[in-house]
Design a protein around this ligand. Structure first.
Ligand code: CP3
Length: 339
């Protein structure tokens, strides 16, 4: 087992900088497209053999140092009682968005082993064959709450902020319910054998630092403290570069960093609170090989003082990116960082 990724998570010395890519299994890979041509996205997530197959793809093709379970952050929301659909044009749709106390009361507490058995089954297939660690994941409570309240992706998150600012107790009820679901959902993945977990807070950056601290942080801290010490916990507050002094209070082992900050400044902000993961602008991979190599070397140089560094993009890879460039990036990271 190549444990370079786990060592870097724990802040231990490594022979080279480990690398994986957020959304590394996805539409930019022709092999993924082939599987997706046969089944819709939700069926793919819910069929362990297929989910495992596409999880393996980037490990084989890109030679990354970690695999991430193929699934979606919205998967546990369906058994909570909301109808979920992925539309090719609009992205995720959640029907009957949660806008009232009554709607929150109706939400079910999920029973992971019964409601999402396919997640544990996919993990078991994967860990029996992988030669790199497997990362499990969940959405963070706030990010999941935005999808549940808005009914999908949103521009200004007005409904979310309305509930948050006008009826904070009702919003807190929702956040508590989601937090319990997230903990159960992650526990299922840990029991099935994942070796690290990442909590995706994709919309944390829509709040000001003071509201991040009030409305997001306590719930993330509860999740992190449940798993801390058992396996590495990565917290990624996307668009949170301007409030890393608050983000680091999550007390995670690793912090995901987006590309809007120089990684050396992110490391100064986090100090010895944790390792960092990031932070190349995904669109750098639209550039030529010389540009990719130059930007990779700059991130590696900037991360020299980190407690630990896991190379990644600053957000998920996009369908428009040529997969050959992703292969090249991984090669560059390995070569340029080898001691
Ligand atoms: O990283 C991986 O390879 C593991 C798989 C993974 C997916 N989604 C697969 C996916 C992970 C970790 C996610 C997380 C996720 N899902 C997040 C957090 C990360 C982030 O990007 O900020 C969010 C916000 C979602 C919600 C979601 N899922 C959206 C908004 C969309 C539609 C937009 C899009 O990219 O199409 C999805 C769909 C989705 N999730 C796809 C994949 C591969 C594309 C579906 C397809 O095959 O058509």
């Amino acid at each position: 087992m190549n444990d370079t990724f786990l060592k870097a998570c724990r802040g231990e010395k490594t022979d080279y900088t480990p690398v994986w890519i957020m959304r590394q299994a996805g539409r930019y890979l022709p092999d993924y497209q082939k599987v997706r041509a046969k089944v819709d996205f939700l069926t793919l997530c819910k069929t362990p053999q297929l989910a495992a197959e596409v999880t393996f793809q980037p490990v084989d093709i890109l030679k990354v140092d970690a695999a991430i379970l193929f699934s979606d952050i919205l998967i546990p929301i369906e058994p909570m009682g909301m109808k979920l659909e992925f539309s090719e044009s609009k992205g995720p749709i959640l029907y009957d968005p949660i806008r009232s106390e009554t709607a929150i009361l109706k939400l079910r507490q999920i029973k992971p082993a019964e409601d999402v058995p396919f997640v544990a089954e996919a993990i078991k297939i994967l860990t029996s064959k992988l030669n790199v660690p497997l990362i499990g994941f969940s959405g963070a409570p706030f990010t999941l709450a935005t999808y549940m309240i808005e009914g999908g992706s949103s521009k200004n998150y007005v409904n979310t902020k309305k509930m948050m600012f006008q009826t904070p107790e009702i919003f807190a009820n929702l956040m508590e319910k989601i937090t319990d679901t997230v903990i159960g959902y992650l526990q299922l993945q840990v029991d099935a054998g994942v070796q690290a977990i990442q909590v995706f807070d994709s919309w944390a950056g829509i709040l000001s630092p003071v509201d991040f601290e009030a409305y997001i942080l306590p719930y993330v801290q509860k999740i992190v403290s449940t798993f801390k010490g058992k396996l590495p916990v990565i917290y990624f507050a996307f668009n949170g570069s301007a409030m890393l002094d608050k983000v680091k209070l999550a007390d995670a082992d690793v912090y995901g960093i987006d590309w809007r900050i120089d990684i050396s400044d992110a490391i100064s902000a986090i100090g010895d609170k944790g390792a960092v993961q990031g932070n190349l602008d995904p669109c750098t991979l639209l550039g030529d090989r010389a540009l990719i190599k130059d930007r990779v070397s700059k991130v590696l140089a900037g991360a020299k003082g980190a407690k630990g560094h896991i190379f990644n993009l600053g957000h998920g890879i996009l369908p428009e990116i040529p997969f050959e460039n992703a292969i090249e990036m991984v090669k560059d990271v390995h070569e340029l960082s080898s001691k």
